[in-house]
Design a protein around this ligand. Sequence first.
Ligand code: B4P
Length: 309
Amino acid sequence: MLPSLPKTFPELIRSKFNSAVDSGSLTFTESTEEDVPAGDIMFRIRVAPSLAQKPVPKKVEDDATPKPKFNPFLNPEPSLFLCDLGDRYSLILNKFSIVPYHFLCITKEFEQQNAPLSEEDLTATWECLQANVKSGSRLLAFYNCGEFSGASQAHKHIQFIPVPHEVKLIPDVALAYGVPVSKDAIGQFPTSHPDVPFAHFVLPVPKSPSTEDLVMRFSSLLARTLTTLREHDQRSISFNFAMTKEWMFLAPRCQEMYEGVSVNATGMVGLLLAKSDEQLDLIKDTGPLKVTAKVGLPRISGDEQQHDY
Ligand code: B4P
């Protein structure tokens, strides 16, 4: 059984964030936001031109004497450390934030980022989602899994960013079409937004879910995701996971970026990141749904029949 987050977590994260920015151990990048509509979905595009200058870790093969890649999560910087969560996880601030209070739940020991989330990972995610780190916002948890998912670190980490309540993400809109009536063997059947061209699967999360509730939902979404990857002959198991207190979402991936625009789980739920004005123009000209469709996989036939809108 995982212990709860300390009651003082919101105060802790705010004071640690401010001191880490002041001391220079956390790089906070200013950004602007632009809303771009796509049917009844509104994509929020964050534009952060100075992120393009973020240092990219040197590739191992570039070195004359190859060294193992630095793992920032094995001994996290004390100035970024927030607290432990049970024996297995630590919570740390993201060193390169573009939204305040972006934090990560990392495993204490090395575990592979390309593995699916375990029962313990899901319980830890649910526990972190309870924190009220910013008033007027809810937390979005996300996990980039596999080589085409937008992940840059190989050590298991689930990320959390505050998202203003007024921002309706793709899973919020998908669920507004109605909870599907069909049931699968475990009593849950994922839904998806009818106008979103890429394969994605959403399930509502009950108010006080048991561990079994979380695991059943994740397994059901993962089964759909794996079937889609298989149907498209994708050998690499890459997908994005996102979760709020209201829903769980998974989307299979076949590509990390489109025309230089890197997309992670936040992009697949409607929060894209542009690292230059040119990237913003590209997203607007192409259309955010088309950009996300290029890095996701087409829906497989039969998906539509699972719904009763
Ligand atoms: P990954 O899953 O590996 O990759 P990512 O989120 O896509 O971030 P990436 O590092 O590729 O950054 P990008 O320029 O695309 O996550 C690794 C996480 O660990 C990242 O959050 C990274 O910043 C963090 N990290 C790296 N070194 C660290 C260290 N020493 N200590 C602590 N944390 C460390 O994007 C830049 C940032 O913007 C990322 O944080 C990304 O998550 C975030 N972001 C992307 N899209 C966003 C959006 N739409 N809204 C808000 N934030 C967004």
